[in-house]
Every structure is written in structure tokens, then in C-alpha cells.
Write a protein that binds this ligand. Structure first.
Ligand SMILES: *[C@@H]1O[C@H](CO)[C@@H](O)[C@H](O)[C@H]1NC(C)=O
Ligand SMILES: *[C@@H]1O[C@H](CO)[C@@H](O)[C@H](O)[C@H]1NC(C)=O
Ligand SMILES: *[C@@H]1O[C@H](CO)[C@@H](O)[C@H](O)[C@H]1NC(C)=O
Ligand SMILES: *[C@@H]1O[C@H](CO)[C@@H](O)[C@H](O)[C@H]1NC(C)=O
Length: 480
């Protein structure tokens, strides 16, 4: 049997002095990061004084803590939530505790790494160079380029992405502390890529911090991405959505290129350059935690078209638009079924039977990439309302397939297994499943989710016929 030890990452010793990422605060002028400590102290002092004087006369209601992690980038929310898969995490719904008849027994979290720098194969800088090379700008919105220097790192997790991963760990502890104990801390896996590993470890630090260092989960397993595994998509024969996203790119980018040719005569920007320049808005805003000047070159409507580009790509890569898309998520679904049912994994796709796979844990957290998550969603039947494929010619404005809501940076799918009695269990104690994607409860119509948007565990498992059956055949098509 192959050695297991080389995949096991020993507990990472985390300094107690970890600089907890600043949380955003709402100021009238916009989101601000991290008030300084002494400001906070001053503020709390003032609040105490104020409460002392006013407590007899006014009813002090605790202010509802906004769980809206609208990131402190200084951009309007409707802009930074329209960057497709480059949007930073934001909750799509307000987390609702389970019905009173139910108790959460197990939680499975599948989470995308936090916001990263551009990929090393991205050509953003080359596109910017074209704009920098022109003699004169005819549009003042381009004037910032006169002193512009590209200085973004690549591939790695940004500090902002680390902060969002940390916050997610804190949130997980706060929500699910009742199923955590000394003998049952989260089991954590990640693919072995620095941004994925660091998202996982920042999450564990956030989890530990929220528990006042009582529970210190660590990265249990980092799986090489070049091996078949359930946390990274891998299907050499599958299409990757390039054709479809390029079709849509030519529809929406052509007029923008014409506009920018007038604004920067001689720049000769291609449609790909337009995409690159638009992508600078999210990447630079996230890296620098302030609005990038590139955002100002484009309109909100143009960013909606940019967002749709991501929707199209994801749909035709590992989504419903690619016949070998869903199979890439089937391995994870079969592992999920094993975990919630407490049975051994049965999978004919990417599950690697020689890796550790403990059962009986209450929290499992897995760190991955967005394409894998889309594969999981489409293997499961989530976001499957539309009966027609996503158009590459015009924006489908009624779609529910929106990448920014499905797989933003730090996106998470949470599968809560609960035991319910009372009316919900119809007089019995029964196991149920509820699924949240970025805090939005999924309807689970495919297993009879109904008004409470929950299915019995049995109905849920039965509904996962694709992963349990035909996926094995599709998996072989990936390679032959
Ligand atoms: C959190 O992420 C940051 C940014 O990538 C990284 O430098 C740091 O080492 C991470 N912290 C932990 C505990 O993994
Ligand atoms: C499964 O994991 C083992 C390591 O434990 C590795 O040697 C093997 O290559 C993996 N299998 C596949 C198909 O990637
Ligand atoms: C993954 O699995 C397929 C099908 O079983 C196999 O053909 C392929 O060689 C495996 N890939 C790796 C990297 O082990
Ligand atoms: C998605 O919906 C279509 C019907 O519109 C159905 O045929 C298909 O089986 C569904 N896919 C999954 C994975 O549930």
C-alpha cells in the first residue's frame, strides 16, 4: 500500500500573535477596514459613558450585527458583486437557524480558496502595456495611466482573501460550536496549492480564535492536484467553455473596444484585452483594498456583461452545458453521501481509496477551486431551473445561474445534516439534509425540499442517482 504519510500535513503551529484580519466597518463614506485599537477603546469608553447617561431615558436596543461581509473595497456593492467568479464572498441570503424541531448533527463545508492575485498565465499586464503605449488619451478616465505601473503579484492568496477565509472559520465555529468537542474538531482537507492551503489554514486559525483557542483544527490532508482526487476537477476529454465564452466575448467586448480605440487612439485593443482590462478592476481593488482606477473606465452595464462572461464559462466548463462537466463533481458527492450516512464511500470516479477518510466526524471542511464546486453543484442538481442552455448571444436576464452568487472567492456550500422530530419528523426522529450555498438555502426540489427546503436524508441520497450510477461511465469517457 502506498505510503500515506507524505500526504499528511502535520499540524501547523500557528502563532498566538496571528494578526487577526480587520473586519469591515460601515462609515458614512463607505466601508473602512480596521479601526485602530485605540480608536476602538476610545469608542467603547464613549459608548459606556453614553449608556450610563442615557440608559434611564432611552431604550437601548442592541444593534443588529450586519452579517453582510460586503468587503471593504470602497466600491458600491452592486459593482463588486458583479464580477462573476472574481467577486469576493458575500452572503446571498441571511443564514436561518434550522427549524426548532431540528438539531444539527453534522456539517460538510466545501469552500473555494479566498481571493487571489491574477493567475500566472493571465496577460493583464500586456493589455495594459498597449494602453500605456499610446501618445494621447482622449478620455480623462484614462489619465491615471500616465503614472501607472503594474505591480500585482500572481497566483497567491491575497491578504483580503486570507481575511475572508479567517472570517469563514470564525463563522463556522459560532454557528456550529455545539457539535465541536475536544475529540471532535473539524477534519480539514485542501488541494496542495498554496492559495488553497493558506485558505484552509487561515480558516482553521479563525475557527480556533472564535473558540478562544479551545479547539485548534489543522489541515489534515493536502492532496496533490495532479492526482485524481475529489477536490480538483480533472477530465482531460471535457470541453472547458472557451468556445462559448469567446462567443459571448465577441458580442459584448467589440463595442467597448471601439469606444476605447477613440479614447486611446492606436491602442488596437482586442476583445481579450477588453476582458483583461475589466478584470483589473476586481484584481487590483482586491489586492490593494481600494477601488482600482480600471473600474472607472467601464460602466455598470458593461460589468454586468463581464459577469455574464463568467456565468457562460462556468456553465460550459464543469456545469450543465458540458456533458463531462458534472462527472467532475461526482466524487465529492459520493464522499458526502458516505459522510452523512456513515457508510463507506462507493465511487467509480475520482475518489482515491488509499487516502485517509475518517468517518464519524461532525464537521468536515474541504478547500477547493470554483470549477470543482460548479461540477459538484451540477452533479447534485443545484441551480438547475432553466430548461434551455445559457445563451452565448444575448444575456439571459432571468437566469439563476450566476457565478458571483455561486462561486465567488471564498464561496461555500454547506450541507447540514440534522435530526428532526415533531411535525417535521411526523412523530419520529428522522435525519434531514439542508443545503446552503453562500448562506442561501437551496430549494432541493429534486428530493422534495418543499416549503421547508429540506429533504429526508434517504430522499436526498436517492436523488443523487447520477453520482452513484452513470457518473462512473462518464468518468471513463474523460480518459478514453
Ligand atoms: C493566511 O494567509 C496569508 C496570505 O496568503 C498567509 O501569508 C498566511 O501565512 C496565512 N496564515 C496561515 C495561518 O496560514
Ligand atoms: C491515490 O493516493 C496515493 C497516495 O496515497 C497516490 O500514490 C496515488 O497515485 C493516488 N491515486 C491516483 C489515481 O491518483
Ligand atoms: C485518473 O483516473 C483515470 C481513470 O481511472 C486514469 O486513466 C488516470 O491515469 C488517472 N490519473 C492519474 C493522474 O492518476
Ligand atoms: C436538471 O434538470 C433537467 C430537466 O430540466 C433534468 O433532466 C436533469 O436530470 C437535471 N439534472 C440533475 C443533475 O438533476
Amino acid at each position: 500500500m502506498p505510503s500515506r504519510t507524505k500526504h499528511i500535513v502535520l499540524p501547523i503551529h500557528v502563532s498566538q500573535h496571528y494578526d487577526a484580519p480587520a473586519t469591515p466597518h460601515w462609515h458614512e463614506s463607505g466601508w473602512r477596514v480596521g479601526m485602530r485599537k485605540h480608536n476602538l477603546l476610545k469608542l467603547s469608553f464613549l459608548v459606556v459613558i453614553a449608556l450610563f447617561f442615557f440608559s434611564t431615558s432611552i431604550h437601548v436596543r442592541p444593534r443588529r450585527v450586519l452579517n453582510d461581509s460586503a468587503p471593504p473595497l470602497g466600491l458600491p456593492k452592486d459593482v463588486q458583486t458583479a464580477w462573476g467568479q472574481y467577486s469576493p464572498y458575500f452572503p446571498v441570503g441571511i443564514y436561518l437557524p434550522p427549524p426548532t424541531e431540528c438539531v444539527i448533527a453534522q456539517v460538510n463545508i466545501l469552500q473555494r480558496h479566498g481571493a487571489r492575485f491574477p493567475n500566472s498565465f493571465d496577460t493583464y499586464e500586456q493589455s495594459i502595456k498597449k494602453l500605456l503605449s499610446v501618445k494621447k488619451y482622449e478620455d480623462t478616465r484614462l489619465d491615471f495611466l500616465k503614472e501607472y505601473e503594474y505591480d500585482l503579484s500572481s497566483e497567491k492568496l491575497t491578504s483580503f482573501g486570507a481575511a475572508q477565509s479567517f472570517n469563514a472559520g470564525e463563522e463556522a465555529f459560532k454557528r456550529y460550536s455545539h457539535i465541536v468537542s475536544e475529540d471532535n474538531i473539524p477534519f480539514v482537507r485542501a488541494t496542495r496549492k498554496s492559495r488553497v492551503i493558506e485558505s484552509a489554514t487561515n480558516w482553521t486559525v479563525g475557527f480556533a480564535a472564535a473558540s478562544q483557542q479551545q479547539y485548534n483544527p489543522f489541515l489534515d490532508l493536502a492532496i496533490p492536484e495532479d492526482q485524481n482526487n475529489t477536490l480538483n476537477e480533472n477530465c482531460p476529454n471535457a470541453n472547458d467553455g472557451t468556445q462559448q465564452k469567446d462567443e459571448w466575448l465577441s458580442v459584448f467586448a467589440t463595442p467597448i473596444a471601439q469606444r476605447l480605440e477613440e479614447a486611446a487612439p492606436g491602442s488596437s485593443l482586442t476583445n481579450n484585452d477588453i476582458f483583461n482590462l475589466m478584470a483589473m478592476c476586481p484584481f487590483e481593488s482586491i489586492a490593494k483594498r481600494r477601488p482600482s482606477d480600471f473600474c472607472g473606465i467601464f460602466t455598470k452595464e458593461e460589468f454586468r456583461e463581464f459577469e455574464y462572461h463568467g456565468d457562460v464559462e462556468k456553465y460550459y466548463k464543469t456545469g450543465y452545458g458540458e456533458s463531462l462537466g458534472p462527472v467532475q463533481g461526482a466524487g465529492y458527492v459520493n464522499e458526502l453521501i458516505a459522510r452523512i450516512t456513515g457508510q463507506p464511500v462507493q465511487d467509480d470516479t475520482s475518489h482515491n481509496y488509499s487516502l485517509p477518510f475518517p468517518s464519524g466526524r461532525t464537521i468536515y471542511t474541504d478547500f477547493t477551486h470554483e470549477n470543482l464546486m460548479i461540477g459538484v453543484f451540477s452533479a447534485m442538481g443545484l441551480f438547475n431551473k432553466s430548461t434551455t442552455p445559457l445563451s452565448t448571444r444575448r444575456m439571459d436576464t432571468d437566469r439563476e445561474w450566476v457565478a458571483s452568487k455561486m462561486v465567488p472567492f471564498s464561496a461555500r456550500m454547506v450541507v447540514e445534516k440534522m435530526t428532526c422530530g415533531g411535525v417535521i419528523g411526523r412523530g419520529f426522529e428522522k435525519d434531514f439534509v439542508r443545503i446552503l450555498v453562500n448562506d442561501a438555502v437551496q430549494p432541493l426540489e429534486f428530493c422534495g425540499g418543499g416549503r421547508i427546503k429540506m429533504c429526508t436524508m434517504d430522499a436526498f441520497v436517492r436523488s443523487q442517482g447520477y453520482s452513484r450510477g452513470p457518473a462512473g461511465k462518464d468518468w471513463r469517457k474523460c480518459f478514453n
